[in-house]
Design a protein around this ligand. Structure first.
Ligand code: ATP
Length: 218
């Protein structure tokens, strides 16, 4: 259970699903939107839901967003409102502001005004889906930013009996094996000589391009 506090501004499909996931994971969630109907919808499952125009400095100051661990701005259609809200939220001294962008130009402006992390949902999801399409053994491919990624690979018949050190992926000096999951157990910092079994899930991190290339040749 987490007792982290998050605020989500903009309750479209994206914002609402972020709220739901955070709340069901045990976090405290404040959901904010200018639209009363959207706020009513969120109010049925978040800790607190408020109607507010977040481009207004005084209104945002009253939300005390500086007390939250992270603020997500997920306003899509109205780019002006997204940019202004990000600016106003940043000025409250909030610890971290993550913002959903529509395209790379929107993302560029958000970066310039100090957004701490930009999400391009269609692009990010497209990359993850393509990775899964290329290799069904890849359970997850998570972009860590700065050209780095983390992925999970499930061991099938082809790699049965091999050791971690037999895998080209793990031999690469830029790739770090973080651990692997065997049944319900997490094996942290495993020995490279350990024999792999069907169903083991290896968790590795490293440069995105290296991971993609090595996975294709496994
Ligand atoms: P999706 O539905 O896929 O998430 P989207 O981000 O384009 O797409 P919108 O319908 O634009 O979805 O959702 C953005 C939300 O942001 C809307 O509910 C809208 O009312 C809200 N919003 C827009 N301007 C403001 C503002 N100034 N302050 C607070 N909320 C706002």
């Amino acid at each position: 259970m987490s007792d982290k506090q998050f605020a989500v501004i903009g309750l479209g499909r994206f914002g609402l699903s972020v709220c739901k996931e955070l709340q069901t994971s045990g976090a405290q969630v404040l959901a904010v939107d200018i639209n009363e109907e959207r706020v009513k919808e969120a109010a049925s499952f978040v800790s607190q839901a408020i109607v507010a125009n977040c481009t207004n400095e005084d209104t945002v100051a009253e939300l005390r967003l500086d007390e939250y661990d992270m603020v997500m701005v997920s306003i899509g259609a109205d780019v002006n409102a997204s940019i202004l809200t990000t600016l106003v939220v940043k000025e409250t001294g909030t610890k971290a502001v993550w913002v959903k962008a529509n395209d790379k130009f929107h993302a560029k402006i958000l970066t310039k005004i100090g957004a701490d992390h930009i999400i391009l949902p269609e692009r990010d999801m497209g990359i993850r889906i393509a990775r899964k399409m290329l290799d069904k053994r890849v359970l997850e491919f998570i972009d860590l930013g700065s050209g780095l990624a983390m992925t999970e690979i499930v061991i099938g018949h082809k790699l049965l009996g091999k050791t971690l050190s037999d895998l080209n992926l793990c031999k690469n000096p830029d790739v770090q094996v973080l651990g692997f999951k065997r049944g319900p157990n997490l094996v942290k910092a495993p020995e490279l000589g350990k024999k792999l079994e069907i169903g083991d899930v290896i968790i590795v991190a490293g440069p995105k391009d290296t991971l993609a290339r090595k996975l294709c040749s496994m």
